[in-house]
Design a protein around this ligand. Structure first.
Ligand SMILES: [Zn+2]
Length: 252
């Protein structure tokens, strides 16, 4: 097993231990977890970033950006709790823990995100949700149920399902700009699509013009200049469209 996978597993184990200690109910009481790891205060403060941890004489103080949605603030608080668990890099007592969890292959930010996802959406709970909602395949209903229950964003739910189930569960949010759909948000996309310019493919566009009903289609998206067929569930609303992709690939 590579050291980065071991680090992620350890992050998940630490999250599970903390959850057991606070009594494992969903939505997780993140404020109590913060108290348990010794956070002195959780407060909001105007800032550009999502959140930060300050090491003060009374203990670690976590500040959150109040302009972010509540679900985002919860995820950020969970992420900052991981920084507190790892401790300041200068603290000699924490160095061993930090070495065990971080290595050259995986940076601390990535590790803290993995911890946050595991804390807010424990693996066993995700598996139960998938069994309950996702027969025979993942659906937007699964992600909406998870995000509502665990108080996380649909993107965070998609990323966690992808991780836990080891299958594609990617979400793209498209906003309507004039007559066009423009991709404004993506979650859990396969790595080879990250950072690419995305457009709706011709099959998907034709479907949207010809049909008012939403549902599952064999559509396509264009990544940079490559057209990729994709199995997708689409759900239009007044401002645009949410798209769940469960399979994507080049056609031979
Ligand atoms: Zn961070």
């Amino acid at each position: 097993m590579s050291r980065s996978i071991e680090s992620l597993k350890l992050a998940e184990r630490v999250a599970d231990d903390l959850l057991r200690a606070v009594g494992e109910s969903i939505p997780v009481d993140v404020g109590r977890v913060a108290e348990m790891v010794g956070v002195a205060t959780v407060e909001t403060a105007p800032m550009i970033e999502d959140g930060r941890t300050m090491w003060t004489p009374i203990g670690p103080v976590i500040q959150l950006n109040p302009a972010r949605p509540k679900t985002r603030q919860r995820f950020t608080l969970a992420h900052e709790i991981a920084h507190v668990v790892l401790g300041p890099s200068s603290d000699p007592d924490r160095v061993v823990y930090r070495r065990a969890m971080c290595d050259s292959e995986i940076d601390e930010e990535h590790l803290c995100d993995a911890f946050a996802a595991a804390l807010l959406m424990p693996r066993t709970w995700v598996n139960d949700q998938v069994r309950f909602w996702a027969r025979p395949t993942f659906t937007l209903n699964l992600l909406r149920a998870m995000s509502g229950h665990a108080e996380v964003s649909i993107s965070a739910a998609a990323a966690r399902v992808t991780d836990v189930a080891g299958r594609l569960c990617a979400v793209i949010r498209w906003s309507k700009v004039g007559n066009e759909f423009v991709s404004t948000h993506r979650a859990a996309l396969p790595v080879d699509l990250v950072g690419k310019r995305l457009r709706l493919g011709p099959t998907t566009s034709d479907y949207l013009v010809a049909n008012r009903a939403d549902g599952w289609i064999d559509g396509d998206i264009v990544a940079d200049n490559t057209r990729l067929p994709a199995r997708m569930q689409i759900n239009r609303d007044r401002k645009g469209m949410t798209m769940l992709i469960t399979a994507i690939g080049r056609r031979d």
